[in-house]
Design a protein around this ligand. Structure first.
Ligand SMILES: NC(=O)c1ccc[n+]([C@@H]2O[C@H](COP(=O)([O-])OP(=O)(O)OC[C@H]3O[C@@H](n4cnc5c(N)ncnc54)[C@H](OP(=O)(O)O)[C@@H]3O)[C@@H](O)[C@H]2O)c1
Length: 229
């Protein structure tokens, strides 16, 4: 069985555990933490977000720092990591920043019945990958490993987080807590309902806490492969 990449899940949440509110791109973090995330991105081979995040936030998912981009190209890598998304509806705009920015490859995983539709809509701007009857994150990780991805960053949203965490596919969790509440139960949460490997009887290992201005970074080691870098 192909190995999956080292998988790092990174996100920021409000004190009450929300990923955002009803507006796009709620800034939960601060400038210093955005720069830290940029450094983590620069160290990865691929970055993934779910289709709702592509639609609502229109993220570019690039490495912002020129020095970090140059450092990558000096190592023979594209200046920013490969971009990955997953969708069933395939209702994504080919003009969105996900597809139009960055020279690295963009991969769209979808279920077998949706492949033709996804290729018709997004074929010119991305590689459409047949994820099987239903896209499973374990298989997606194995496919990425087969494409040479060794270090993989998952950046949301909650539906995607839930599948990676519940299937025990995350080696490292980087959770940033912002100093405010969202207070709206219809807003997206860090994760939705699920059976997670860590519970009251099996606690996750907290590897580091770091204050970054007014936010705090919590780093959890979720597998024996955790690398304290
Ligand atoms: N604070 C942070 O760090 C952060 C980071 C990222 C996102 N966010 C926020 O999170 C929110 C979005 O999160 P979300 O949980 O609603 O959605 P999401 O995880 O971004 O995307 C979910 C979508 O991905 C596709 N998908 C997921 N698993 C799939 C599977 N196994 N097979 C096929 N398709 C699959 C489906 O797309 P289709 O609907 O196209 O079929 C699904 O509706 C946004 O408000 C965004 O701002 C916050």
């Amino acid at each position: 069985m192909p190995e999956r990449p080292y998988t790092l899940l990174s996100c920021s949440v409000s004190i009450d555990g929300y990923l955002g509110d009803q507006t796009p791109r709620l800034a939960l973090s601060n400038a210093a933490d955005f720069d830290r995330v940029d450094e983590v991105r620069a160290s990865c081979d691929a970055i993934m977000v779910g289709a709702v995040t592509v639609r609502t936030d229109n993220p570019r998912l690039l490495v912002r720092s020129e020095a970090r981009r140059e450092e990558r190209t000096s190592r023979g890598l594209p200046s920013t990591p490969m971009k990955i998304t997953v969708t069933d509806r395939a209702d994504l705009d080919a003009r969105s920043n996900f597809f139009t920015t960055g020279e690295a490859e963009k991969l769209v995983y979808t279920s077998s019945p949706r492949v033709a539709d996804a290729r018709a809509r997004l074929g010119p701007v991305a590689t459409i990958v047949d994820g099987g009857r239903r896209v499973r994150m374990r298989r997606l990780g194995e496919d990425l490993a087969a494409r040479g991805v060794e270090r993989f960053m998952v950046e949301g949203g909650g539906i995607v987080h839930t599948q990676f965490l519940a299937d025990d596919l995350v080696d490292e969790l980087q959770l940033v807590v912002a100093p405010f509440f969202v207070g709206d139960s219809s807003a997206p949460r860090f994760v939705s309902d699920g059976r997670f490997p860590w519970n009251a009887r099996r606690r996750a290992r907290l590897a580091e806490t770091r204050q970054i201005g007014d936010v705090v970074l919590l780093r959890y080691a979720l597998s024996p492969r955790f690398r304290d870098e």
